[in-house]
Design a binder for this molecule. Structure first.
Ligand code: SF4
Length: 489
């Protein structure tokens, strides 16, 4: 049986990363580099579509960017100065090549390729209506709904058709759309999933995170604002860049989990370093939940910045008590539980000489099912730790995400099933504490969470799901979530 690594399985997983280039020779090669920097956002499949001025070219494959896009013949088969790319886990739609993005269709107006990060929460209803009206779907991906809405819109221009489609969809979307005229990059009105814009010489670049701009040598220009469409058209004397905001304004609610885990620590968001914010969460955790101990130890790699912050705030030494092997792949052959457990030890091992006889504080970014925490705490006990205290740099994850993040069904979330005492017993720790929701907002520069109008989506912690629907439409939202909840059960 092939299985992904058990350590990776106990995180919420960001579903997708997207990247777009307008106006650079070898655009596909740049897209491959950009996607490589976004690989942490999706490791199941990757795809790039380019446009050479006459026709579109696409290569989509299961697996990592390296291995699929490091071959000259693949990149040569993607000519043109415009390209868009996508890395994915599956959110909706089974894992199959036909669901790998960018999705492409020949519309009345010409070619239309779309790369989507997020999840369309009313996709099933829209799909049923479209199929009833004669649309024939090629994939099971929610993203294809956008293509059919554009194709069947009664508006005349492609831009109007696209806006008409966006106004019908609910949920989270950062999109890069490629047409023969150029590229449209946009974010949903709540700005749940990220998207930034940069420049490389004369070329315009779009990416899920700034780290992808860094990797291709582009300079960060700005984020694509929630509810904004940035339209870039290639002309004979450069590009025309336009911005339009076709939606009624709503208060943005970007995903707070980007700060906790999804984004790479070397990315910058809202003028703040993700690394610094994570250190701040760790410091806040030390203020809220101090414990007398000898060592602060991160669960590698995602717990490292918060552990540094905890150590600096508490004055307790930061040490690498768990050593991670960088030579174990994400996927390995696991015929049974015994070998799977061996796989765990292959990837992480206790630094026994350091741990023996010490009271240790383990820092991790989150607890999802609790399976990772249980194994890591046991690893510390086996290495002779005198006490093992667990501190988590996010509040308890009690609710599923419907905005493009792979969450186990609610019944499998440890914090949904157990209170703090129950969770402490489950992972066999001497103590367990999570940063408070207000503490998380403090690390992001706010005095506390504004309960009436919070600045972020934090629904997986609070159950407060943001929506662009008005109060009168709340029942519709509840129905959609109930429908989705049924589907993930
Ligand atoms: Fe992010 Fe909201 Fe999903 Fe949690 S529920 S992962 S905060 S989008």
């Amino acid at each position: 049986m092939l299985t992904t690594h058990p350590y990776d399985d106990d995180h919420l997983r960001e579903e997708c990363g997207i990247f777009g280039v307008v106006g650079s020779e070898g655009a596909a090669a740049l897209a491959a580099l950009g996607l490589h920097a976004l690989q942490h956002r999706g490791q199941e499949a990757a795809g790039i579509t380019s446009f050479d001025g006459r026709q579109f070219h696409t290569h989509r494959a299961m697996g990592h960017v390296a291995g699929n896009f490091d071959r000259d013949d693949v990149i040569r088969a993607l000519p043109g100065t415009i390209a868009t790319g996508h890395v994915r886990y599956s959110t909706t739609g089974e894992t199959a090549l036909r669901n790998v993005q960018p999705l492409y269709a020949e519309l009345q107006s010409g070619g239309f390729a779309v790369a989507h990060n997020g999840n369309i929460s009313n996709a099933m209803k829209l799909r049923r209506d479209l199929v009833r009206r004669g649309s024939i779907f090629q994939s099971t991906s929610d993203t294809e709904t956008i293509i059919h809405l554009v194709a069947t819109s009664s508006y005349r221009t492609l831009l109007d058709r696209f806006i008409d489609a966006l106004k019908q969809i609910e949920g989270a979307y950062s999109l890069i759309v490629m047409t023969p005229e150029g590229v449209i990059a946009c974010r949903d009105p709540l700005g749940i999933r990220p998207l930034v814009m940069g420049r490389l010489d004369d070329a315009i670049i779009f990416a899920s995170e700034t780290v992808a701009l860094d990797v291709v040598g582009a300079t960060f220009e700005r984020q694509v604002e929630p509810g904004e469409l940035v339209i870039v058209q290639e002309g004979s004397d450069g590009h025309e860049v336009r911005s339009i905001r076709p939606f009624a304004p709503v208060a943005p609610r970007p995903c707070i989990f980007e700060w906790v885990y999804f984004s790479r620590p070397d990315s910058i968001s809202d003028d703040r370093s993700v690394y610094d914010v994570r250190k701040g969460i760790g410091a806040q955790l030390a203020i809220e939940s101090p414990v007398d101990a000898d060592l602060v130890i991160p669960v590698p790699d995602s717990g490292v910045p918060a552990a540094i912050g905890y150590a600096q705030q508490s004055g307790i030494p930061f040490e690498l008590g768990i050593i991670r092997s960088h030579y174990v792949g994400r996927t390995f052959i696991s015929p049974g539980d015994k070998v799977r457990h061996l796989g765990v030890k292959l990837k992480h091992n206790a630094n026994r000489a350091l741990i023996k006889g010490k009271r240790v504080i383990l820092i991790d970014d989150s607890i999802v099912r609790g399976t990772t925490s249980l194994k890591i705490v046991q690893m510390m006990h086996d290495a002779g730790a005198a006490e093992v205290h667990m501190r988590i740099a996010s509040p308890p994850t009690r609710h599923s995400c419907f905005y493009g993040v792979d969450t186990p069904e609610r019944a499998k979330l440890l914090a949904h099933k157990l209170d703090i005492e129950g969770m402490t017993d489950f992972i066999h720790a001497d103590s367990l504490a999570f940063v408070s929701i207000d503490g998380l907002y403090k690390a992001l520069g706010e005095a506390q969470r504004a309960d009436i109008r919070p600045s972020y989506c934090d629904a997986c912690f609070t159950g407060d799901y943001p929506t662009t629907l008005t109060d009168q439409d709340d029942s519709a939202t509840v129905d959609q979530f109930a429908m989705l909840a049924e589907r993930v059960m």
